[in-house]
Design a binder for this molecule. Structure first.
Ligand code: DGL
Length: 265
């Protein structure tokens, strides 16, 4: 039996899921959240499917023990292999793929760029889903080998913008004609100001808003919304550095953080 007052779990390979968590806090202010970022193993995006699955199973076991009422796979890379994880948890599991594809498809564009980790790009997941929803949209996928890791490490470091800007420019080389781009890696919206400053004429699509709305709808439909009147809390766990995660959570705009702790999964 799922408990309405249990937290909603959010997993990501690292801090990227903060871009989803902050949207969820805004849209679902009475919910408690339990965030787990695999700081010790990030980035996932240059790994193989079996490696990503094995790292993710450890995250799921933690969420199972903590009895979350729903799990949100914020990470696009993990979401690409999510079907192979079905049945691993008793609670419902939602992932970002459908929301990301929906956010892009709704615009009924002639062309959309999808920038992501190499794994997500090679999986073809977004291309297939966007075309299913909007058959006339041409999807151009681009895998960016280092961008997520640079954002994870340097987003709040002095001089980090220079490294991040360079990686963004390298990632977008050759996509000059593509006006709409889907940020199909949770880390990228954390550097959205950099994207906007470098390319003010582009339209950046962040799947987080759509995903948060989808989670809210799901909870409401299944009578799982937390009835508590007060503001919910955010607990953050990481296999990496708790201090680092706490600092970056604040920068990302998360609030009501009750604790940030290191976890040996
Ligand atoms: N943030 C993750 C995503 O959404 C991947 C980053 C990584 O670990 O490579 O795909």
């Amino acid at each position: 039996m799922l408990d309405k007052q249990s937290p909603i779990g959010i997993i990501d390979s690292g801090i990227g899921g903060y871009s989803v968590a902050r949207r969820m806090q805004r849209l679902l202010p009475h919910e408690d959240f339990l965030y787990l970022g695999d700081g010790a193993n990030t980035p996932y995006g240059n790994h193989s499917a079996p490696e990503i699955l094995s790292m993710t199973r450890r995250l799921l076991r933690f969420m199972e023990v903590r009895r979350v009422k729903a799990l949100v796979i914020a990470c696009n890379t993990i979401s690409c292999v999510a079907e192979q994880l079905s049945g691993a948890l008793e609670c419902p599991v939602l992932n970002v793929l459908h929301s990301g594809a929906q956010a892009a498809a709704r615009l009924e564009l002639e062309q959309v760029g999808v920038i992501s980790t190499c794994f997500t790009a090679q999986s073809g997941c977004y291309g297939e889903r966007i075309r299913r929803l909007s058959p006339n949209t041409q999807v151009i996928s681009r895998g960016c080998p280092d961008l997520a890791e640079l954002i994870e490490r340097y987003i709040d470091q002095p001089g980090g913008e220079v490294l991040i800007d360079r990686a963004i420019q390298e990632s977008l080389a050759g996509l000059e004609e593509v006006r709409h781009l889907l940020l199909a890696c949770t880390h990228y919206p954390l550097a959205e100001d950099r994207f906007r400053r470098l390319y003010p004429d582009r339209v950046w699509i962040d799947p987080a808003e759509e995903l948060a709305a989808c989670v809210k709808h799901f909870l409401a439909e299944n009578n799982l919304l937390n009835p508590s009147p007060g503001l919910g809390h955010m607990e953050i766990c990481t296999t990496g550095s708790a201090r680092d995660y706490a600092r970056k959570a604040e920068k990302a705009g998360l609030r009501q953080i009750t604790c940030v702790r290191h976890l040996a999964v």
